[in-house]
Design a protein around this ligand. Structure first.
Ligand code: SF4
Length: 476
């Protein structure tokens, strides 16, 4: 029996988009984990990644060529249209192919998937065990009668590591040449670059996000042991010789003890590679001791969900932080020379233009290294989505608009011209901050001249390799 997993993540960058930023440069850990588990159970699995293909015609050719018995597709809300279009093509080519859809969207908006009869099965929540069980049942000609199958929370300690080669081997066929199936997104994290997930779930209650995660992973966080994560990093080092990495976990530093243990084990195992992780602003300022420890051993930057500069809005979205805490977190980052990737939103329900200006002014105080703004997008499954529906505020009529890109209004009552001004203004540095930034660059240049020698050697293709020379970061 042959199973093909399909990654249909083309709502952002479209076909032919490998290596174009985060949307198109990274693997789907969900599919990679499904694949690892199913292969461990003895099933033959391959992948079609729409991002690597030229168009739907090529997709049809691949399906016709591979003739899978079963296809499995993962779907966030933004992937709805390309997933459904994939299934339409598949059924046109060979109606007997069994189609299985999983991922976040079916778990929070089941009916929208069940309305499509060409979807044979839907797996809710975590799919590794249930998908393999379904494959076994199909193989034994004992298919379940019901279309909706409940996922089972796996013991993360016992899951095989994510199958990154599923993506790499497929991408190679289409001309991809990097060592790992993930491209870096900032110069602080050189290639070969990988990403890793230490745990699933989050115990916080931000209402633009929750309770979706609780449906998927259960309440709270299930985190793998430090030893298990270090073993995965060792495997990644042996296999890909990675030069940097990133944790995808929603909030790694919420568990101080885990982080302290991790830092020690990381150092003892001889890792030197820089990494980024996500963290909440309140925790960064509360756990400065942990931050300092992590910085000593590789931590180079944080993704921080600052979200808003208005205390009223932060309370409204149940973020559990304040403007002051946001600014304190940025100061801690600056103190330890950590890169700040700032996530923030504008255009929320009930948000006024004055409050949006507070976000703009907060960004000027924070002075992040990277700006990642979004126009608030109401995602099914979240408490705030329900609020927008109840109050008839949503402007999202097509699933493609679930992209978090700040180019179109998603909520009624906002003025697009003002929002575009706020978007641009929020990303302008003050002259004082620009000066400080230039001064820091100069300081770094003269504090570590070896860095420039290494870079020159790398560009010229000569010289020593201690620490290992990274691949050149591709154009993003
Ligand atoms: S936004 Fe982040 S911190 Fe808040 S609930 Fe979601 S995952 Fe947790």
């Amino acid at each position: 029996m042959k199973t093909t997993l399909i990654y249909a993540g083309i709502a952002g960058k479209g076909f032919n988009s490998l290596k174009q930023g985060m949307d198109s440069g990274w693997i789907s850990h969900g599919l990679a984990s499904i694949s690892a588990h199913a292969k461990n159970e003895g099933f033959e699995i391959d992948l079609i990644d729409l991002r690597a293909l030229a168009d739907w015609e090529q997709f049809r050719q691949e399906i016709a060529l591979r003739q899978p018995d079963v296809v499995g597709l993962t779907m966030m809300s933004v992937d709805f249209n390309p997933v459904m279009e994939s299934i339409t093509h598949i059924k046109e080519i060979k109606p007997e192919i069994i189609t299985v859809v999983g991922g976040a969207h079916p778990s929070v908006s089941l009916q929208s998937v069940l309305d499509h009869p060409e979807v044979d099965y839907t797996v809710l929540a975590e799919g590794e065990i249930t998908f393999s069980n379904l494959l076994r049942a199909i193989e034994n000609r004992n298919r379940p009668a019901e279309r909706v199958l409940l996922g089972i929370h796996p013991n993360l300690e016992k899951l095989p590591f994510a199958d990154r080669d599923l993506f790499l081997n497929e991408w190679r066929k289409w001309g991809y040449t990097m060592k790992t199936p993930e491209v870096p997104f900032v110069p602080e994290l050189p290639a070969p670059f990988v990403t890793i997930i230490a745990g699933r779930g989050c115990r916080y209650k931000c209402n633009f996000c929750k309770p979706t995660e609780d449906f998927l992973f259960g309440k709270g966080t299930r985190r793998r042991s430090v030893a298990n994560v270090i073993n995965e990093l060792k495997m990644l080092r042996d296999k890909y010789d990675f030069a940097s990495f990133m944790f995808h976990d929603d909030c790694l530093i919420e568990d101080r003890k885990w982080c302290q243990e991790f830092v020690e084990a990381y150092h003892t195992a001889g890792f030197w590679q820089p990494y980024f992780c996500q963290a909440r602003a309140d925790l960064i300022s509360h756990y400065e001791d942990v931050v300092a420890l992590m910085v000593e051993h590789g931590l180079k930057g944080f993704f921080i969900g600052f979200e808003s500069g208005s205390d009223r809005v932060l309370r409204f979205i149940k973020k559990g932080t304040t403007r002051e805490r946001n600014i304190m977190a940025a100061k801690v980052c600056r103190k330890y020379d950590l890169t700040i990737w700032a996530n923030y939103m504008m255009g929320l329900p009930t948000e006024t233009e004055e409050e949006i200006k507070e976000t703009v002014s907060m960004l000027k105080e924070i002075d992040p290294d990277y700006y990642s703004p979004a126009f608030y997008t109401p995602h099914p499954g979240s408490e705030l989505y329900d609020y927008t529906i109840e109050h008839n505020l949503s402007l999202v009529t097509n699933p493609d608009s679930f992209r978090r890109n700040p180019t179109e209004l998603k909520i009624k009552g906002h003025n697009l011209d003002f929002m575009m001004w706020a978007l641009e203004e929020s990303q302008k540095r003050t002259s004082a901050n620009q000066l400080k930034r230039n001064a820091r660059k100069l300081r770094d240049k003269y504090a570590d001249p070896a860095k420039y020698v290494r870079k020159a050697r790398q560009v010229l293709g000569i010289g020593e390799s201690n620490p290992p020379q990274p691949e050149l970061t591709p154009e993003m």
